[in-house]
Design a protein around this ligand. Structure first.
Ligand code: PMT
Length: 221
């Protein structure tokens, strides 16, 4: 049997981007590679957890030792996140979910017209991590905040607004860290303390994050 810090615990992790279709050949998305989320999933398994990795479209192989659910859109990611959530102890939202999706998906490829300006109407996607954190049987919920300015202030306001237990503040304006790189540097922000984790590989950083998350989780239960 396993004696790690998360032995016997079920951890859900969202990773990668979402892809919101415009028509059969086009979509709205972002630069998330899934590397941070996949590294967190590996670290959580190493700590003894049962892991469900809920992944948007990425180029990473299916990791061993865990369940991976592949999704495309934010709505699909939400459904996969709520499936079995009653049994989830810790929820970590590292995915870069598209905030908006096209109001409708064209059935056929949209043709280029004569107009210079083309308008696309968008509607807000459900907030996955906030939906999870609003539940009566809320798991210990950890979000990420990808920011290009006022990192800690914005992270703290997301922590409060989304009713999270912890938030990982990620400055995505710095070269060499954040989206798609192999390294990252973050500040872990809690209700009354912050902890800066300097730049290192996403694998290394994930182990440090899982250790701190397990510690805080244990304190609150
Ligand atoms: O995938 P990589 O290339 O390794 O890059 C890692 C990363 C930069 C994507 C990652 O470290 C990171 O910062 N992830 C969060 C990206 C993001 O979209 O953050 P946000 O500040 O927009 O969202 C705040 C939080 O709400 C996040 O936990 C996000 O998963 C969640 N969210 C946002 C919108 C939405 N509709 N549902 C959500 O659950």
């Amino acid at each position: 049997f396993d004696t790690g810090a998360l032995a016997g615990k079920t951890v859900y992790i969202t990773a990668g981007p979402t892809r919101e279709p415009i028509d059969p050949v086009r979509y709205i998305s972002n630069h998330s590679s899934g590397k941070m989320g996949y590294a967190l999933a590996e670290a959580a398994v190493d700590a003894g957890a049962r892991v469900r990795l809920i992944s948007g479209p990425v180029n990473l192989p299916a990791p061993a030792r865990m369940e991976r659910v592949m999704v495309q859109t934010a709505e699909e990611m939400l459904a996969a996140s709520l499936d079995g959530i009653e049994g989830c102890d810790i929820f970590i939202a590292s995915a870069a979910v598209a905030d908006y999706r096209p109001t409708s998906v064209a059935e056929h490829k949209i043709k280029k017209g004569a107009e210079e300006i083309m308008e696309l109407h968008l509607v807000k996607n459900p907030d996955i991590v906030a939906t999870v954190a609003a539940r009566a049987d809320k798991p210990f919920t950890v979000g990420f905040a990808a920011e290009t300015q006022d990192l800690i202030d914005y992270a703290r306001s997301k922590l409060k607004r989304k009713h999270l237990d912890l938030i990982v503040a990620n400055d995505v304006s710095q070269p060499g860290i954040g989206f798609n790189s192999n390294e990252n540097a973050v500040t872990l922000v809690g209700r009354d303390a912050t902890l800066t984790l300097p730049q290192t590989s996403k694998r290394q950083l994930a182990s440090q994050l899982i250790r701190h998350i397990a510690e805080q989780y244990t304190k609150t239960r």
